[in-house]
Design a protein around this ligand. Structure first.
Ligand SMILES: C[S@@+](CC[C@H](N)C(=O)[O-])C[C@H]1O[C@@H](n2cnc3c(N)ncnc32)[C@H](O)[C@@H]1O
Length: 271
């Protein structure tokens, strides 16, 4: 575990995406600056909370699928977020107690709460690296201490890449990460879009005013992250439509309004 950067005693005055997301999921690990922006986002786009919950539920289902159907038990989760139960390793280790998970995020507050991410099954292993996805080499080097890159690894970039602007070569970053994984590996990715509801632009603008870049991408652009991979059915769809039957308690599909979801999601397998 990388202990390089403990959480600051004084959190500073800038909101951060991890703490905003925590607020939207009903968590308590957020500061006044985060709640102020989160409240503004909710007033501009009340669906934000619903979208966050659908996104989190996609993570649970795709990890379940990877364990049950694809037999994967190694995970590299970048843009982990503040721990919210069940965390990825808890879902994965329910399927395979020996599952090994490396988490990574660039918000020091996630590191401060990483103990919750490190308490897994005795047969499995978890680790955490504080890093920015824009430094894939650092993440891969650290992950290699826990994961065996000669065996398939599931890379999860869930609700992360819309925080990486075009100037930072987001597609090149994902390619570099996927290139490091062997055949049979997987990429689970979700990404905010305007196509399900153009109203999401107001949230992106509010984040932008606070210095948080959000780059919303359309279906074709998000598909670009899966270049060279084979998409698992049903392909790139709204988070709520990705294998809803894998939910612990599936919601009646008719009760979900796609315009509330705001996020594309898919799973690709490396041939
Ligand atoms: C919306 S949350 C998603 C959390 C989790 N993946 C999920 O879907 O439930 C986005 C996470 O990405 C992290 N993040 C944002 N930009 C990042 C970057 N450049 N490098 C690494 N992590 C980043 C944030 O700190 C936050 O924890």
């Amino acid at each position: 575990m990388n202990h390089a950067s403990p959480a600051p005693a004084s959190p500073g005055l800038r909101p951060h995406t991890a703490r905003l997301y925590d607020y939207f999921l009903g968590g308590k690990t957020n500061y006044g600056v985060d709640r102020k922006l989160a409240t503004e986002a909710l007033s501009l786009y009340p669906n934000t909370m619903v979208a966050a919950r659908h996104n989190r539920a996609f993570m649970h289902r795709v990890v379940r699928y990877l364990g049950r159907e694809a037999g994967l038990c190694q995970f590299l989760d970048i843009g982990t977020g503040i721990p919210t139960e069940p965390n990825l390793h808890q879902v994965a280790q329910r399927e395979h107690p020996e599952a090994r998970v490396v988490y990574s995020d660039n918000d020091p507050i996630v590191l401060a709460h990483a103990r919750a991410l490190m308490t897994g099954s005795p047969e499995g292993a978890t680790d955490y690296v504080e890093a920015d996805v824009r430094d894939p080499e650092l993440i891969l080097e650290h992950a290699g201490r826990t994961l065996d890159f000669d065996r398939p690894v599931a890379l999860s970039l869930i609700a992360l890449m819309h925080f990486v602007g075009d100037a930072d070569d987001p597609f090149g970053i994902v390619r570099r990460l996927v290139d490091a994984l062997p055949s049979g590996s997987a990429l689970a990715l979700s990404h905010a879009t305007l196509e399900l509801d153009p109203g999401l632009q107001k949230v992106a603008d509010a984040y932008g005013r606070q210095g948080l870049e959000v780059r919303l991408r359309d279906h074709e652009q998000v598909l670009g992250f899966f270049s060279g991979l084979e998409l698992v059915e049903p392909g790139l769809v709204a988070t709520c439509d990705w294998r809803p039957e894998l939910d612990d308690s599936p919601q009646d599909a008719d009760m979900v309004d796609r315009s509330e979801v705001g996020v594309w999601a898919a799973l690709g397998i490396k041939p």
